[in-house]
Write a protein that binds this ligand. Structure first.
Ligand code: OMP
Length: 280
C-alpha cells in the first residue's frame, strides 16, 4: 500500500505542482448568475454541486498535487450535500486515482468516537488524508494516527485573524503552537503520516514551525482569498529539498472567471520561485 506521502510525492513530480485546489463548493455562490447550476430542489442542489466539482476537476487535474474538500460546504445542505461529497470522491478515485483527496473536517474527539470519523473519511469516502485539531492530545487521536497509509494533518498555526488567542499563548519559554509542532514531529509521527496546517497569512510563524519539524509536509491555506503572501510563504516554508508544502487555494481558484488559468498561474508562480531557489 502506498503511503500518503508517497502518493503526494508522485503527483507533485508528475504534475510539477504544489497546488491543492479546495473544492469548497458553496452552493449559493455556484448558483448565483449561472443558469446551469439550479438549486431550487434538493436533487438540483446535489446535481449542481457534483457537476460544478467535476468541471473544476476536469479543468485542473493536470495542475494539482491534491484536492481538499471542506465538509462544511456539503454538510450545510444535508444529505444531498453528503451525497455530492461522496460522489465527488468516487469520481476522483475512479478517474484520477493518482491525485490525493484531503478531507478538511478538523476532526478529533475521544478515541472511540474518532473511530466513526475514521470510518466515514477513510472507508466511506476513500480519502487519503484528514485535518484534525490537537486539543484532545495524542492518546485521543490514535485511531487516526494508526492509519499508516493515510495522512493526518494537525492544526498548528491557523490562518484566521484570531488564531493567536490560544495558539500564541506563552507556555514556559515557548509558545503553544510551537509545542504542537514539536509534539507532532517528535511524538505523534511514529508512522511518518503526520503533517501540520500553518496559514500563509503568518510567514514568521511558518518559519518557526519549519525550523521545528524538519522536512515534514505542511498544508498551507490562506493563499488567494485570504491574501497570504506567496513569496513569503515559499521563503519561510519550503523544506531542505525545496518541497514539503501543499499550497491550498479554494475561492481564489474555483470561483475565478477561469479556474484553470488561476490554478496554472499559482502553479507557475510557485515553480518560478523553485527554479530561482534551487537547493545546493
Ligand atoms: P480559501 O480562503 O477560499 O482559499 O479557503 C481556505 C480553506 O482552507 C478553507 O477550506 C478553510 O476552512 C481552510 N483553512 C483555512 O482557511 N485556515 C486554516 O488555518 C486551516 C484551514 C484548513 O485546515 O484547511
Amino acid at each position: 500500500m502506498m503511503t500518503f506521502q508517497e502518493k503526494l510525492d508522485k503527483i507533485v513530480k508528475k504534475n510539477k505542482s504544489l497546488v491543492c485546489v479546495g473544492l469548497d463548493s458553496d452552493i449559493e455562490k455556484i448558483s448565483s448568475g449561472e443558469k446551469k447550476y439550479p438549486i431550487s430542489t434538493p436533487t438540483e442542489q446535489y446535481l449542481s454541486l457534483l457537476s460544478f466539482n467535476k468541471s473544476i476537476i476536469e479543468a485542473t487535474a493536470d495542475l494539482v498535487c491534491s484536492y481538499k474538500l471542506n465538509t462544511a460546504f456539503y454538510e450545510s445542505i444535508g444529505h444531498e450535500g453528503i451525497n455530492a461529497l461522496k460522489d465527488t470522491c468516487d469520481y476522483l478515485v475512479q478517474k484520477y486515482p493518482e491525485i490525493p483527496i484531503i478531507i478538511d473536517a478538523k476532526r478529533a474527539d475521544i478515541g472511540n468516537t474518532n473511530k466513526g470519523y475514521v470510518q466515514f473519511i477513510f472507508t466511506y469516502l476513500s480519502a487519503d488524508a484528514v485535518t484534525v485539531q490537537p486539543y484532545l492530545g495524542e492518546e485521543a487521536i490514535r485511531p487516526f494516527l494508526e492509519m499508516k497509509d493515510k495522512g493526518v494533518i494537525v492544526l498548528c498555526r491557523t490562518s484566521n485573524s484570531g488564531a493567536g488567542e490560544f495558539q500564541d499563548l506563552k507556555v514556559g519559554d515557548t509558545t503553544l503552537y510551537k509545542i504542537v509542532a514539536k509534539n507532532v514531529a517528535e511524538k505523534w509521527n511514529k508512522n511518518k503520516n503526520c503533517m501540520l496546517v500553518v496559514g500563509a497569512t503568518y510567514p514568521q510563524e511558518l518559519k518557526e514551525v519549519r525550523s521545528i519539524v524538519g522536512d515534514m509536509t505542511l498544508l498551507i491555506p490562506g493563499i488567494g482569498a485570504q491574501g497570504g503572501d506567496l513569496q513569503a510563504t515559499l521563503k519561510a516554508g519550503l523544506n531542505s529539498k525545496k518541497r514539503g508544502l501543499i499550497i491550498n487555494s479554494s475561492r481564489g481558484i474555483i470561483f475565478a472567471k477561469n479556474p484553470r488559468d488561476e490554478a496554472m498561474m499559482l502553479r507557475n508562480s510557485i515553480n518560478k520561485f523553485l527554479i530561482s531557489n534551487r537547493p545546493n
